[in-house]
Design a protein around this ligand. Structure first.
Ligand code: FAD
Length: 496
């Protein structure tokens, strides 16, 4: 039986392990932390009277669940035996400091009515935008998302031809903001749709309009909520992997990938692994960290590794001693000057004093995530990636800014309601997951060539070394990480 070692149990590492096990590999997963999932993990905090608040540590928005289901089906299992989720009726609630409030409904017609009533924007603008988003998605899906961009076969087939013919429709040459300003009359709607650039850690004023494919995922395919919270994705995939015979080694950090000529022959770990040579190695560790730390003497693909990184995040996890009827599962409190906010993030590498606040409350759908009468608030601010800023000072300032903005919008003193608190910042994201500069999504997509400047899912130097996860093709976020595992393990087949 051929053997495979997977470095890291992030979502892409789990998916790769499952796919390799299904292909008949004996798979071992080595994970530096004492838990699985990397960014997709969970923890609990205790309130003053012993009540428990549960938090998903990282991702909170679940799209394209069929990519998770596919893993169960591949293994001949019924997805529902492992993992359940619901489709959300309401995508997000939006708040502005001037008192405007808007709910983005999953139902396009209802959302269209909402934007007409609240903002006076013709519903047809929304419908046209979502149609265009679907077109962009359909053109790029097969070409960019399901295949390696670094193999000739990708560029010499009918899908590729369709892609070339539709290139003008992809919006490669303009920015997302430019396209959205042409589409929508109301600046609040431009802001709302510009926000989708942050779904892969980019800047809407720089990223190409191609990224207007992202709303397709949320509005046309849908936004979902796993019944056990986001951690349910990780737990169910670990269970499936174990059922398939995958062996996990937690608290086991890989320190070196051992090579011999053009092949990878072994891995070194702490604590020491007593095993056998490996036929295939799949690294789910950030590709920059893989090269710098595990392959320091190999040729470093500098051009790729030095690409600017995506934004990071500053997250406050607050146990809140009250419930708010006006809040939903996903809530956004927008900044008053979005352009200035992104200038801070990407040009000045700092936080804005008026940040857009994303507030996620899983206890809205899963009441046992907070004690009775309380809510678990996950507050995410987009943050610059880590370049050695004075994070302690920035966090203290941001905390005040968040409390001020939320207190004003919700007409209550939020600070008096905080019962428990944890913070995650770009430094701790980097330390916990080895993500270069704490970037949430690998490289940024702030230029039109970004897709071509992510590392391939295979190594050009070592024939049996593969890469999966948010730092390599096709990019970050749960769906793309899952696709990276699909592409990489299909490439593994080629060397068998
Ligand atoms: P990671 O999660 O980065 O995990 C890598 C794993 O490898 C870690 O467990 C790490 O410990 C392990 N590892 C690293 N080095 C070694 C080593 N040497 N030896 C052994 N193990 C090692 N995506 C969405 O789709 N929706 C969202 O709403 C969303 N929101 C987000 C919010 C936050 C706060 C964060 C942090 C991310 C968010 N993302 C979201 C992005 C998403 O979480 C990531 O793109 C995805 O989870 C990354 O998965 P990955 O497979 O690349 O691995």
């Amino acid at each position: 039986m051929p053997t495979a070692a997977v470095i890291g149990s992030g979502i892409a590492g789990l998916a790769a392990a499952i796919r390799l096990a299904v292909k008949g590999y004996e798979v071992e997963v080595f994970e530096a932390n004492d838990y699985a999932g990397g960014k997709l993990s969970s923890f609990e905090n205790t309130g003053p009277d012993g009540g428990l608040y549960r938090f998903d540590a990282g991702p909170s928005l679940f799209t394209m669940p069929h990519l998770v289901d596919e893993l169960f089906r591949l293994a001949g299992r019924n997805p529902a035996d492992y993992f359940e989720y619901i489709r959300l009726d309401e995508t997000c609630r939006y708040f502005w400091d001037d008192g405007a409030r808007l709910t983005a409904w999953a139902d396009h017609h209802r959302f269209g009515q909402e934007i007409e009533t609240v903002l006076g924007e013709p519903a047809e603008h929304l419908h046209a935008h979502l149609r265009d988003s679907a077109v962009k998605y359909n053109v790029t899906e097969k070409l960019f998302l399901h295949r390696s961009l670094h193999k000739a076969a990708t560029w010499l087939n009918r899908d590729a031809l369709r892609g070339y013919l539709n290139l003008p429709r992809l919006g490669v040459f303009g920015t997302m903001n430019g396209a959205n300003e042409r589409r929508f009359q109301h600046p609040k709607l431009v802001q709302l749709f510009n926000r989708y650039a942050t779904y892969n850690g980019s800047d809407p004023y720089q990223t190409p309009a191609t990224l207007n494919i992202i709303p397709h995922l949320e509005y046309n395919i849908g936004a979902f909520f796993p019944k056990d919270g986001m951690i349910g994705i990780t737990r169910s995939l670990v269970r499936l992997a174990e059922d398939l015979g995958v062996r996990f080694y937690f608290n086991t950090r890989v320190t070196e990938i051992v090579t011999n000529g053009k092949k990878v022959v072994d891995i070194r770990t702490v604590p020491k692994r007593i095993g056998y040579p490996v036929d295939v190695v799949v690294s789910n560790m950030d590709v920059v960290s893989t090269f710098r730390r595990l392959l320091p003497t190999a040729r470093q693909p500098e051009r790729i590794l030095r690409q600017p990184k995506s934004s990071s995040g500053l997250i406050f996890y607050w146990g809140i001693n009250r419930q708010f009827a006006e809040l939903g599962l996903h809530n956004i409190f927008f900044s008053n000057d979005y352009r200035a906010e992104f200038d801070c993030l990407f040009n000045q590498q700092t936080l804005s004093d008026d940040p857009t606040i994303y507030l996620n409350i899983t206890s809205k759908h899963k009441p046992d995530d907070a004690p009775p009468g309380c809510e678990n608030w996950f507050i995410l601010l987009n943050a610059p990636n880590n370049t050695g800023q004075d994070w302690d000072a920035l966090i203290a300032q941001a905390r005040q800014n968040v409390i001020r903005k939320l207190s004003r919008n919700l007409d209550v003193d939020v600070s008096s309601l905080i019962q428990s608190e944890s913070v995650l910042d770009p430094r701790s994201i980097e330390a916990r997951t080895s993500s270069s500069q704490g970037a949430l999504y690998g490289n940024s997509s702030n230029n039109r060539f970004a897709a071509f400047l992510r590392h391939a899912n295979f190594s050009r130097q070592f024939s049996n070394l593969f890469f999966v996860g948010g730092s390599v093709h096709p990019g970050g976020g749960i769906p793309l990480c899952l696709l990276s595992a699909k592409i990489a393990t299909e490439l593994v087949e080629e060397i068998r």
